[in-house]
Design a protein around this ligand. Structure first.
Ligand code: G6P
Length: 612
């Protein structure tokens, strides 16, 4: 939700900030804006994508070696020019960019209006910069003091950067619950919501913690204090990411690149964890907490979106192999429903970004209630990763396409490793089955590569159904969460209404929707309940639905009753989701491209949802 970038140093700020905004556009693309300091404070902002801002600013004065920029996912106020960030103080001295929500902005705004402040926008952010202005004037304090005082008054989440006409050599940044990274270059500093705008300039970064304020001055050492003014010693870390990983590398879209990266990203998730010679699995976080896992009453997964679908697969895997009861919760529900938790519960958050506000809050609640908390995140150094007692990074590499693909299969890889580790430690799996599954897991990257070879066929199928108004996805057992994920992918990027259902549950409602216009994607590999799925597909056929079967190589029964079949290699059903999801990702991708949709940045969505 919203991306922020800032620069101060010896280079021109605008090109750096603009490029950074393009990298952060996955976080929101309702509007974009920059503030630059020449002799004047120049603010340029425009509704729509960063390219609109770029066109608008083309002929403006862009000279400045300090600048801040923002790309917005609208929460308070419509996505128009006025509500775009940066917002400035009433006296035109200060400008702010903000990712997050100031929850008590209304009360603060009323108070400030009484004191004569006039607001231009409907945003919560403008209230914050007026509050800072008010404190400077009223208490006659420095900018950094005023920022600290104001942050003591606000309730909510923020990652902010402030630029000041009277202090052209200074930027003030602060965070609470929204991510913020500071890059330390040679006599220059970068600030951003994630490391992607920074990576090509420096690998040395500081991740600001909650309620910390950074005073960043040209030619000086960075200074960090908390909002009570306690000095903090900055901890500089080295980024592991490389530049190629965040570029398209010849693919038309990031999503396609990320789909094709899955043989490598799944391999990366297993690296150092699955010994391909001995077949032994070691998952660091689980080893560390072995006693807790062995004595756990329950494992509760909290997640949102695609990560929630992975959690469902995890539930099937862990209950199946390790015989530990598992629950899967929408993080947004869990955090507000007063759940029963004890010290014998392990709460595992699954999150690609590691920044999803609901997931983070659910985890914090679990911690408060004494549960052990664990994170499965992709983004190294993210808020969830840092808040947890232990965890496993998925190591899928940066995922830029808003619709999650390689993060999903990486999460499932970790969950498979987790289920295998727990099962082995609990003695709930035979040696032979363990060996069989680890061998097959090791072969998954190759099998994913084989499924990717069906791309042209999938494109052809996409052409046949691109104009459908609805889609139904059916799956049973391990393939039920895959059906949900397939439907979500299609909705997200092609705007076609789609539902995922357990195949047998179809007769309790969705069957009423089936007619000759309804494409039904049936994930019907040779799993335990194969015959039952075939019967479910017969029920669709009897009502003239169009069947697209995702089947195991060599399948005859489903081919005979389907309009199309996409064959995938045979594997144990435990590992099926890792390959059965691939054709669904490609199908939604091609349909979205054919419908002229913005695949990487679908309307109204954002990749990192840092608001409730
Ligand atoms: C957003 C994204 C989804 C993602 C979900 C959870 O809705 O558009 O792709 O699955 O957030 O994100 P997380 O980073 O926590 O996995």
């Amino acid at each position: 939700m919203c991306g922020i970038v800032a620069y101060i140093g010896h280079q021109q700020a605008y090109p750096i900030v603009l490029k950074g905004l393009k990298r952060l556009e996955y976080r929101g693309y309702d509007s974009a804006g920059v503030a630059l300091l020449d002799t004047d404070l120049n603010i340029y902002k425009k509704a729509g994508k960063v390219s609109n801002l770029e066109n608008f600013a083309e002929d403006k004065n862009l000279n400045s070696t300090v600048g801040i920029g923002h790309t917005r996912w609208a929460t308070h106020g419509a996505p128009n020019d006025v509500n775009a960030h940066p917002h400035k103080s009433g006296n035109d001295r200060l400008a702010i960019i903000h990712n997050g929500i100031i929850e008590n902005y209304d009360a603060l705004k009323k108070e400030l209006i009484k004191r004569g402040h006039i607001f231009e926008s409907d945003t919560d952010t403008e209230v914050l910069i007026h509050l800072i202005e008010e404190i400077i004037a009223k208490d006659n304090v420095s900018l950094e003091e005023a920022v600290r005082y104001s942050l003591n008054e606000v309730i909510g989440a923020y990652a902010i950067v402030i630029i000041d006409k009277e202090n052209p050599n200074k930027l003030i940044a602060a965070r609470n619950s929204s991510p913020l990274v500071i890059g330390i270059g040679k006599e220059e500093f970068f600030v951003a919501s994630d490391a992607t705008p920074i990576i090509e300039f420096t690998k040395n970064v500081i991740y600001l913690d909650d309620e910390q304020v950074a005073i960043i001055e040209r030619g000086q050492e960075i200074k960090i204090v908390d909002i009570a003014n306690k000095q903090i010693t900055p901890m500089i870390q080295e980024l592991e990411m490389n530049l190629e990983a965040i570029e398209k590398g010849g693919y038309e879209h990031f999503m396609l690149k990320e789909i094709y990266e899955q043989p490598q990203s799944i391999r990366a998730s297993m690296l150092g964890r699955l010994n391909s010679v001995t077949g032994e699995v070691t998952l660091g976080g689980v080893e560390e907490f072995e006693a807790k896992f062995m004595n756990a009453d329950r494992i509760i997964f909290v997640a949102c979106g695609t990560s929630w679908h992975s959690a469902l697969v995890g539930e099937y895997m862990i209950e199946d192999l390790a015989r530990i009861p598992v629950e899967v919760e929408y993080a947004s529900e869990f955090r507000y429903r007063n759940p029963i938790l004890s010290e014998k519960d392990i709460v595992i958050a699954i999150s690609q970004s590691g920044e999803t506000a609901d997931t983070l809050a659910a985890l914090e609640l679990a911690k408060e209630k004494g549960a052990t908390i664990y994170g499965i995140c992709n983004v190294v150094g993210s808020s969830i990763a840092r808040a947890t007692d232990a965890g496993s990074y998925t190591h899928a590499g940066p995922e830029i396409g808003v619709a999650s693909t390689k993060a999903f299969t990486a999460q499932i890889t970790i969950l498979a490793l987790m289920a295998l580790t727990l099962a082995q430690k609990k003695g709930s799996i035979t040696k032979t089955r363990y060996q069989e599954l680890t061998n097959q897991l090791n072969d998954i990257p190759r099998l994913v590569g084989k499924v990717l070879e069906s791309n042209e066929q999938i494109k052809y199928i996409a052409e046949q159904y691109k104009d459908a108004a609805n889609f139904l996805y059916l799956g049973r057992g391990y393939n039920f969460p895959v059906a949900l994920e397939g439907a979500l992918k299609l909705k997200e990027i092609s705007y076609i209404h789609a539902e995922g259902y357990p195949a047998a549950e179809m007769k309790h409602g969705p069957i009423a929707l089936i007619d000759e216009n309804m494409p039904v994607v049936a994930i019907a590999t040779r799993i335990a309940n194969y015959q039952k799925v075939v019967s479910n597909i017969q029920e669709v056929k009897a009502r003239n639905g169009n069947i697209i079967g995702i089947v195991t190589e060599g399948d005859e029964a489903i081919r005979a009753i389907s309009e199309h079949v996409i064959e995938i290699p045979a594997t144990d059903e435990f590992l099926d989701p890792l390959i059965s999801v691939i054709p669904l990702q490609l199908l939604s991708y091609h349909i979205a491209v054919m419908r002229d949709c913005n695949v990487d940045q679908p309307r109204n969505l954002a990749k990192s949802v840092t608001v409730e």
